[in-house]
Design a binder for this molecule. Sequence first.
Ligand code: ADP
Length: 542
Amino acid sequence: MLGLMQNQPLLISALITHAERHHGDGEIVSRRVEGDLHRYQWRDVARRARQVANALDGMQLLFSDRIATLAWNGYRHLELYFGVSGSGRVLHTLNPRLHPDQIAWIANHAEDQVLCFELSFLPLVQAIHARCPGIRQYVALCEADRLPVDSGIPHLVSYEAWIGAQGDRYDWPVFDENSASSMCYTSGTTGNPKAALYSQRSTILHAYAASLPDVMGLSARDSVLPVVPMFHVNAWGIPYAAALNGCKLVFPGPNLDGKSVYELMEAEQVTFAAGVPTVWQMLLGHLKQNGLRFSSLKRTVIGGSACPPAMIDAFREDYGVDVLHAWGMTEMSPLGTLCTLKNRHAGLPAPEQLKIRLKQGRAIFGVDLKIIGDAGEELPWDGKTFGDLYVKGPWVVREYFKGDGGDPLIEGWFPTGDVGTIDGEGYLQITDRSKDVIKSGGEWISSIDIENIAMAHPCVQMAACVGMKHPKWDERPIVAVVKRPGAELSREELLGFYEGKIAKWQVPDDVVFVEAIPLGATGKMLKTRLREQLKDYRLPTA
Ligand code: ADP
């Protein structure tokens, strides 16, 4: 017997319709490329998203055609999120931090037909357009009078003229909720990038999940600042979850330095923010240098790479901001786990609580986790046994776009490429990416643990641990360190700092001071490049 409830497909258009009807006067504030602040309301987003949909219909674009963006976090990008996916097309957010060759390759692979770009990316578009014959319309995200003349880009129109010519009435189509809604390419540190192709259904379920109290806990009382870019995994789903809950949204545009982010947070009374550790490092540095405090910020989600304990401590102890450590990946839309404490942890002393907060957290309902040993056996959840982490769930990829890379699943599970432990209470701790794991004398050493300890030293700005070949032990860890400006720190002092914090055999063999640690297009440490830079390095102990 089937249930007798209505069967309404879960569609992204419903989010914007809901936000308009129930939170029409909710504010959206955006720092623009032009430098000024733009503000309007959810009802304006909805109206202009309908104009976007009309513009796409007017171009005879078909269902599931790809519309690409090269854009910062801002209101026009938000309108495209809803106008493109709501009308049944696929929003393809390109990452402007990639190399132009890679962007051109990705745009061709995705078969993008329209490219909407921020004026600050004009040189990038000039560099790739000749190589992207499939793109038949370029839309500069600006007013008509700012449209560059003699840009050399064919079929170029300003966004405001493009949508301004359209009516603002539109009946959102109803279609299969499993239809594609947006796509994001993985950064492809090995081989060509592959695309996760999200569906309307997976996006809505993920938006519900993101809103839960033990996840982002978003509400109509929140003022939300996503520093995490809308060009990478849909800003962790925040634009959708914000529409679902009627949050105020605050977009930082291109200015992600500590001062700009802080001033925007204060001016717009931001209560909730989300970003990767490298960005928060700049923000905390600005606060410390200038003796500032937050007047409204309550919670921040930190993920994308491991959040150092010193950062969790600084946010909580110095500024009273709750840090929610999160783990996920492009292939998971991206949320997998998030760290909040349980009731029974409330009475624990602060250092014990910190140990839990440092973990990547518990699975969000909908996501299933398991850890697997070398022989494919499932490993115990004891908080000690390391294994390859596998996931499944309704917002986890089943296959990459165009079937690239073959079937990624193993008996229905997606192997994440991460290695971690899960404790008896279900808290996941990532110890490494499998390609970064350091094996010394048959034992695994967690590079994240080694980096976290170094980053807790007051003279260290950033640390990256990699394994180096060793004749006896196979591999031994070394730590590459960027010192804080003006700080004095010796190799011996830092190695001494490890004493008592981890087992002796896990202490790195050496410290290499470097000017900078190479970062990838999504702000993560690029250990492959660091290893290349250190190719002539020899271990003192080898
Ligand atoms: P890419 O690294 O290819 O850009 P993603 O942006 O999807 O891909 O990153 C996913 C990866 O980032 C995860 O598989 C994991 O290795 C790492 N990661 C994400 N969040 C965390 C975290 N909180 N702690 C440690 N690693 C993390």
